[in-house]
Ligand binder design. Structure first.
Ligand SMILES: Cc1cc2nc3c(=O)[nH]c(=O)nc-3n(C[C@H](O)[C@H](O)[C@H](O)COP(=O)(O)OP(=O)(O)OC[C@H]3O[C@@H](n4cnc5c(N)ncnc54)[C@H](O)[C@@H]3O)c2cc1C
Length: 604
């Protein structure tokens, strides 16, 4: 084949990912007149944020008395006390003004009669430190993510921002370029999916906003692009992933397909039933029933199935009943849900219950950051920021969600941490005036992208491979679902570690059958699978190592939370030989101004 085309560009900032977090960051860097490249595998408004349904939490007190400190308490408790309380304070305190800003940018929130934004109840959200349920989530019907993503995208087109923001849509990011001596990023390498060819972006700073990565599970809610490339780029560059064992299983994925039915259904009064028609959540969360946090509800459902009270011929799922809310209410507040249930399982939810099962949904862990959204290393004693490297949104871990995220806290996270990343990045470039990485032209392709160019060339010039990529991927999804699921146990997790050894060996035998340069989705899928193998590796090994149950990490063999030994974060790296190294890092228990919320038994 002809040589692979290599193009080089220079920007002040490169943002990888154009979902809510990437766009919030671009609004800040572009608004600070920094030349910003936003690199995304899909057109920005196709990012997974578009599919968020339920809403965004903020203590606006539009419907009942509310304060950010109550929101913070719920977030600390929901995260099972492993969240970093400085970040949690910043996050919940900034929520109301974030929503008002989104509203000023044109986000069309659902309203109540006095004109203020409507707020719905959501799991784990309470008033007065757990006393009663709170109505805290603002929403745009059940299409909140759609409205938010379009609002943010439009904002980047504002006349003061647009001249500074360049979109590189349908570019597949592959590698983070680091100056190893100074340990700072100098740009990224991406694959131009439309034309084929390598694009090297040099920049002062890089912001990761690559979203979630549950495509390694059989049943999941995530978009096809959610394959964890941000984690993988960091792992390959020697940067840790924090708390990868905390994977959220959302209670109500549509049975058999995984698509999400928002918790907002339960927030509006829907509830779960077992095969006997019993409202079983009264056993697991006697006070708030179906509005307990997601880990608690998912475990309740799994218990019903394990004890033989599951629904259907296989007795393997539950039912979500909402017809009692009434046809008109459902069509007004939950029209997207009606459509999803009708299209995917042929259920008219104004008449019949929706079959549901827990589905892999979200990562609490991610690229480790401090409250300023700077990516950090752990030096054995303290967190040390890597100058010029930032991360925000679902791929990052500040950690504002601890061991279990509360519903409607993620959309908030995107805007709060996205803006933090963009703002602090702009401040660093403008105030610290770092030197632009400027390697001589002739060295560039050789020094910075040789490995990846050779690898891609190898695929084009090599054979069609002896192992099918599909077969590995399909098996990976089944075994992750089986072994690293809602309930975990030593022997199964250890079996998954062995499975991953096999997959990694097999992956080396995968080849490219489509040798075209234009939109070679097979090449993209090879990198997707590689990334999911990295993701699965850190998730599985961190899950094996954590010998307690906390938040979404539930070990049958260690059923209790163990604060004495395990109230600490996992920092997981992969060395050059593919071996996982784990270090443990203390939780930042001291908030910025609020008193510390001390660990307590978590009951709902
Ligand atoms: C179905 C569903 C419903 C949800 N509902 C809610 C809700 O109601 N409330 C709430 O708070 N949270 C909700 N969540 C969670 C929340 O929506 C997500 O956590 C959040 O949208 C993630 O946003 P992000 O900006 O971090 O990433 P995303 O929106 O996922 O964007 C990731 C970006 O990274 C880019 N990217 C990925 N790989 C590559 C690559 N290789 N090269 C280049 N670019 C790449 C993609 O193109 C994309 O632009 C929901 C999630 C799902 C899946």
């Amino acid at each position: 084949m002809a040589d692979i085309d290599v193009r080089i560009e220079e920007f002040d900032v490169v943002i990888v990912g154009a979902g809510g977090a990437g766009l919030a960051a671009a609004i800040e860097t572009g608004g600070s007149k920094l030349k910003t490249a936003v690199v995304s595998e899909v057109y920005p408004t196709r990012s997974h944020t578009v599919s968020a349904q339920g809403g965004i939490n903020a203590a606006l007190a539009n419907m009942d008395e509310d304060y950010w400190i109550w929101h913070m308490y719920d977030t600390v408790k929901g995260g099972d006390y492993i969240g970093d309380q400085d970040a949690m304070e910043f996050f919940t305190k900034n929520a109301p003004k974030t929503i008002i800003e989104l509203e000023h940018w044109g986000m069309p929130f659902s309203r109540i009669e006095n004109g203020k934004a409507y707020q719905r109840a959501f799991g784990g959200q309470t008033r007065n430190f757990g006393e009663s349920l709170a109505h805290r989530a603002v929403a745009c019907s059940d299409r909140s993510g759609h409205a938010m993503l379009h609002t943010l995208f439009e904002r980047t087109l504002h006349q003061d921002i647009a001249p500074y923001v360049s979109y590189y849509s349908e570019y597949y990011a592959l590698e983070l370029l680091m100056d190893k001596e100074e340990r700072r990023p100098i740009g990224i390498v991406a694959w131009d999916m439309v034309n084929g060819g390598i694009h090297i972006f040099f920049s002062y700073a890089v912001i990761f906003a690559t979203g979630g990565n549950t495509r390694n599970f059989r049943t999941n809610t995530n978009a096809h692009v959610n394959t964890g490339i941000g984690w993988t780029m960091c792992l390959k560059a020697g940067i840790a992933i924090k708390d990868p064992e905390f994977i959220q299983f959302h209670p109500t994925g549509i049975y058999g397909v995984g698509n999400l039915i928002t918790e907002g259904v339960r927030g509006e009064g829907g509830y779960l039933l077992n095969a006997k028609g019993e409202r079983f959540m009264k056993t697991y969360a006697p006070h708030v029933l179906d509005l307990a946090s997601r880990d608690v509800v998912s475990r309740g459902m799994a218990m019903e199935v394990l004890e033989g009270r599951g629904v259907g011929p296989k007795k393997d799922h539950c039912l979500l009943k909402l017809d009692h809310l009434g046809h008109d209410f459902i069509m007004d507040k939950l029209p997207g849900i009606w459509e999803l249930a009708y299209k995917f399982v042929g259920v008219d939810c104004t008449k019949d219950p929706i079959p549901v099962q827990p589905t892999a949904h979200y990562h609490m862990g991610g690229i480790p950051t401090n409250v300023d959204a700077e990516v950090v290393d752990w030096d054995g004693e303290k967190e040390v920021p890597i100058p010029g490297l930032y991360a925000a949104g679902e791929c990052a871990c500040a950690s504002v969600h601890g061991g279990n995220r509360l519903g409607c806290n993620s959309l908030l996270d995107l805007v709060v941490t996205g803006k933090q990343a963009g703002r602090n990045c702009a401040r660093w470039i403008i105030e610290e005036k770092p030197v632009f990485p400027n390697p001589p032209e002739e060295f560039i392709a050789d020094k910075y992208a040789k490995g990846i160019i050779d690898r891609i060339k190898g695929y084009y010039e090599g054979g069609e491979g002896t192992v099918s990529m599909d077969a590995i991927w399909e098996d990976l999804r089944d075994t992750m679902q089986e072994n690293v699921s809602v309930f975990r146990i030593e022997e199964k997790i250890a079996a998954q570690v062995k499975k991953l050894d096999e997959y990694e060996k097999q992956f080396k035998e995968v080849g490219l059958t489509d040798k075209g340069l234009t939109f070679n989705t097979e090449l993209a899928e090879i990198f997707d699978l590689e990334s999911l193998l990295y993701v699965s590796r850190v998730e599985t090994e961190a899950a094996l190592a954590r010998k307690e149950s906390r938040g979404a990490h539930s070990r049958d063999d260690y059923p209790e939370r163990d604060d004495e030994n395990w109230m600490k974060h996992t920092f997981t790296k992969i060395d050059e030989n593919g071996k996982v190294e784990i270090e443990y890092v203390p939780v930042r228990t001291k908030p910025l101004t609020a008193p510390t919320f001390q660990p307590k038994k978590r009951v709902y």
